[in-house]
Design a protein. Sequence first.
Length: 238
Amino acid sequence: MHKPIQDLTSRYPNWIERLLSISCMVTSLAIWILLILFTPAAASNHYTEKQLDALEARVGKIFWISAVEGKLPSFVRSPTSDASAFHPGANESFEITELVGRKARNPYYKVKFESGAEGYIHAQAFHEQFNATILTTDPLADEKKALEEKNQAEKARIEWIQSQPWSAAVKESAIKGQAVPGMTAGEVKRVVGDPRRVSRIKGPQHSSEEHWFYPDGTLLIFRNGALNRLERTKKNER
């Protein structure tokens, strides 16, 4: 040991011991304070009444799950720090049914999924995932709308076919999306839809023909405004 330090310890042994003891106590206290501040359960106790009111305002609202780079938000089975976690399916919706843990200032959202399953998510975890993997709008809304419009159009098409004075065989073909010779151009459009391309040519005996090309390779040939015959061409006709 260096001589100056030896002199100090020999002259003031009790004072040095007390100083070292106080230093250890201060270090331990600092570590304890840091642990308290950065423990999630303790940090959650810092919610104010105004913040808790804002959290509770989400009760009754619907949200949607969206995967981001393959990751989904994590929910738990119960509102406790040691509860088991689970991940809902992508694009599944859920409703916030209750804010629990308000009195303890450790708020969890209780949620009910579209599947009927229930779970919890801590308010802090909810905010971390909000507008990322938790959305306020359905990410598949446009696709669902397009599908609904398609289904409605198909329903109207079938109802129109059933109202026509056609034989049962013609109606059956029409429902399957198959045009039948004798149909007018307007009827064919209702049954099959618009063609990808139309060309007009001169047919036999100076008659004019319209050729309607469809993406699946179907060629409909009209003569004098009515469907004359059907042929097959190359698929994916442009």
